[in-house]
Design a protein around this ligand. Structure first.
Ligand code: MN3
Length: 245
């Protein structure tokens, strides 16, 4: 009787331990490497890589969100874009050329070409140990066109938070280097001239829920504020300088 109980007790312990270690295994983050994420064979638009590790933007953007966003969402846009342009003249164009000449009725290229370009820009203008405020020509242009950096940030945050549903907020360079803020739905972007857009995008924030929901849930404004803590303003300034040449 006593032995029976002891055996039962040990079994119960073992079961508990096994369950415990299974849970632990499941929760352990085995973070992938962005460099391993590649488009399907034959795809002309490649994954350009992520200039930092998935966890590099923590605590502002969590590793799990970054990994899913890059290795699943962005990869799907790239693969679907490649499928959509296969055998067309777009397969020999740059993504910028594809989007500038885009027929808005071509939903596959509009959505996936937009998704491909928009995410490439987004990854590029973020970085670890960044944030702060821009310097030099971009700082001057922001003061000139918005009054101050704080005013710019307020207007940009408004554009990002008020975009209904999925979309993007953009900082765009127009004629004579003039800066403006716009938002677009879905994966539309400022390069799509036939949608009435114009200008060169130099900075963007993805406000699709997939960009923030795991960590921020419905608090899009908190996410936008967090993104400002990881903006690579040197990169944005480089893009501004190139756009006004
Ligand atoms: Mn996204």
């Amino acid at each position: 009787m006593i032995i029976g109980f002891a055996a039962f007790f040990m079994m119960a312990c073992n079961t508990k331990n096994e369950t415990g270690s299974d849970l632990k295994k499941e929760n352990a983050t085995e973070m992938g490497n962005p460099a391993d994420v590649q488009v399907n064979e034959g795809g002309v638009f490649k994954m350009k890589g992520l200039p930092y590790a998935y966890n590099a933007l923590e605590p502002f953007i969590d590793a799990r969100t970054m990994e899913i966003h890059y290795s699943r969402h962005h990869l799907a846009y790239a693969n679907n874009l490649n499928k959509a342009v296969e055998g067309t003249e777009m397969a020999n164009m740059s993504i910028e050329e594809v989007l500038k000449g885009l027929d808005p009725e071509n939903a596959a290229v509009r959505n996936n070409g937009g998704g491909y370009y928009n995410h490439n820009l987004f990854w590029e203008v973020l970085g670890p140990d960044k944030g702060g405020v821009p310097q030099g020509v971009l700082a001057d242009a922001i003061s000139r066109d918005f009054g101050s950096f704080d005013e710019f940030k307020k207007l940009f945050t408004e554009a990002a938070t008020k975009q209904f549903g999925s979309g993007w907020a953009w900082l765009v360079v127009g004629n004579e280097g003039k800066l403006s803020i716009i938002s677009t739905p879905n994966q539309d972007n400022p390069l799509m001239e036939k949608l009435g857009n114009s200008g060169t995008p130099i900075f963007a924030i993805d406000v699709w829920e997939h960009a923030y929901y795991l960590h921020y849930q419905n608090k899009r404004k908190d996410y936008v504020e967090a993104v400002f803590s990881v903006v690579n303003w040197e990169k944005v300034t480089e893009k501004y300088s190139a756009a006004i040449l």
